[in-house]
Write a protein that binds this ligand. Structure first.
Ligand SMILES: Cc1cn([C@H]2C[C@H](O)[C@@H](COP(=O)(O)OP(=O)(O)OP(=O)(O)O)O2)c(=O)[nH]c1=O
Length: 522
């Protein structure tokens, strides 16, 4: 859903975000904007002293980031996108501009400067409308900035170093991330929170409204009528050329161009994106870059024994996908890549293929077909690869699943086909009085020991071998059916759910509602 009509205005344009920042991508994606990500290669080295104010520096940097991408894309295809968005976030304290720290010592000096004081976070934004004519690129830049004031608590040395050692400060202006652990350092915020995180969404929408609705009149028509009537001539000539490049293009050609097929291209490109991710996982790129200093492509290639040119391309693809970030010092992992679990995702497709078995269809690492059949067809090594992949995926979402429902009234749960117990352990962590039984095939359970976490809650989870279609289901107040129903045809799903329904305790509610209350599907 796209709430903001101005964002809707951009849906039919080819929009590029000239930023590798995962936060910016997230904010704009959640606002419903559809865009490609092409991180800017503009070096953030403008002479700060030559700018009258810190925000002037941020705006100019944002503009140069966007223009670099527009020019590069135009040069490559002789066709620039319709709109390129660039942004730059800085922290300003006592007239000093703080960008991303270069190392831990730099993060320390930034954070100790911010301790106990108020500072300003400025994000400069440039919206560059592009038009390629006769092989020439015309650009029309609109820019603005937003200020948010942030008050920090007094930070002890111990807290400072603990925070720095978490690794969070390194890719963030001022050396902190208000949206994560860094939120603990903040006493008060005056202004737009998203501006601190990297993108002032509210001002951005206002700016778009200024550009697209200069008379102050918001477009009252629903999105359908925009598309159906084929363009902006519908605006009845009320707008002048100042109404923005969209109208200018429309007037020139007499008809609006067909909508950019973003959705279709996303589908086509998603294959390439996952292929890049798998390849990087398989080569252990993220393991190599974890917790270490940034590495240049040539050094990564040297360590992996791969070609420098191909490695450079792979690393750039990972930057565009938000898994790596690139600075002058080289490539390093983003927060997403540093999550310590997802990289076994690559295990499944390769190993299944090697066995000659059909690669499981369905999403990454999910069990394809009934587990007993699938697992019989695979060798031990392949099965272990599958388990790793399933474990990795389950861990990514387990906590979110466990907290999506209030399960505190249940004393026992049974995770049917619960595999390595990733979800079971998340449930145990969230609900200290819940005992969880993982019910899965013996050949699956014989491998699970290596996947168990250490910690006090592990005794809440137990494993019971059995076949969910053949054996009696363990008694439980709650049955969890996660990521397995899609593996079977309707008849089998019906059979399994009927078995679960028979096993469910009626409880205080009627039989039908108690089934709903006692079964979660994920
Ligand atoms: C202050 C603060 C900054 N940040 C981030 C936002 C930006 O991503 C980053 C500032 O660096 P930027 O140079 O603005 O952006 P970037 O290097 O991440 O991406 P690109 O240059 O490709 O656009 O700091 C937070 O995530 N949280 C915070 O609390």
């Amino acid at each position: 859903m796209v709430l903001c009509p101005v964002i809707r205005k951009l849906l039919h344009k080819r929009v590029v975000l000239a930023s590798a920042s995962p936060r910016r991508q997230e904010i704009l994606r959640q606002a419903g904007l559809r865009f490609e990500v092409v991180p800017s290669r503009f070096k953030e080295t403008l002479p700060k002293a030559s700018f009258p104010t810190p925000p002037a520096y941020a705006v100019e940097t944002a503009k140069q980031k966007a223009l670099e991408v527009a020019r590069r894309m135009h040069q490559k295809d002789l066709r620039a996108p319709d709109v390129v968005i660039g942004a730059d976030t800085i922290v300003a304290v006592g007239g000093l501009i703080l960008e991303k720290p270069v190392d831990k010592q730099d993060a320390y000096s930034m954070l100790s400067r911010l301790s106990g004081k108020e500072h300003s976070v400025f994000t400069g934004v440039a919206i560059v409308h592009c038009c390629s004519r006769d092989g020439r690129l015309d650009t029309d830049v609109s820019e603005f900035y937003e200020e948010t004031r942030v008050q920090f608590s007094e930070l002890s040395e111990e807290l400072l170093w603990e925070y720095i050692d978490s690794g969070e400060p390194m890719d963030k202006a001022g050396g902190y991330g208000i949206q994560a652990l860094g939120g603990m350092l903040v006493e008060q915020v005056h202004g737009d929170f998203l501006n601190v995180v990297g993108f002032p969404l509210n001002r951005f929408c206002k700016k778009l409204a200024e550009l697209y609705y200069p008379s102050g009149r918001e477009d009252p028509r629903p999105a359908q009528s925009h598309q159906g009537r084929g363009g902006r001539a519908e605006d009845g000539g009320e707008r002048t050329q100042a109404a923005g490049p969209e109208e200018a293009v429309s007037n020139r050609t007499g008809h609006s161009p067909p909508p950019f097929p973003t959705g279709l291209l996303e589908l086509v490109d998603s294959f390439k994106a996952s292929k890049a991710l798998f390849t990087a996982c398989k080569l252990k790129v993220f393991d190599l870059l974890k917790d270490g200093a940034p590495l240049k492509a040539v050094d990564v290639a040297g360590k992996l024994g791969t070609s420098a040119c191909g490695t450079g391309r792979l690393l750039d693809a990972c930057v565009a996908l938000g898994f790596l970030q690139k600075t002058d010092r080289g490539y390093s992992n983003t927060e997403t890549a540093n999550l310590d679990h997802p990289w076994d995702l690559s295990a499944r497709p390769e190993s299944a293929g090697r066995d000659g078995a059909d690669p499981p269809d369905g999403a990454l690492g999910e069990r394809a077909g009934p587990p007993n059949q699938a697992s019989c067809a695979h060798s031990e090594e392949t099965r272990l690869g599958l388990l790793r992949a399933m474990h990795s995926l389950a861990k990514l979402t387990a906590r979110h699943v466990a907290t999506a429902f209030d399960l505190s009234r249940f004393a026992s749960a049974c995770d049917l086909g619960g595999c390595t117990g990733a979800l079971a352990h998340a449930l145990a962590r969230e609900y200290p009085r819940l005992r969880v039984t993982v019910f899965d095939l013996p050949e699956v359970l014989q491998h699970v020991a290596g996947f168990q976490p250490d910690g006090p809650r592990t005794e809440q989870v137990s494993f019971l071998p059995g076949d969910i279609f053949e054996d009696s289901l363990p008694e439980a107040d709650l049955y969890v059916v996660s990521r397995i129903l899609r593996d079977w045809p309707d008849g089998k799903v019906h059979e399994l759910l009927s078995r679960v329904a028979r096993a469910c305790k009626p409880g205080e509610a009627t039989a039908s509602t108690s089934l709903l209350q006692n079964l979660i599907f994920v």
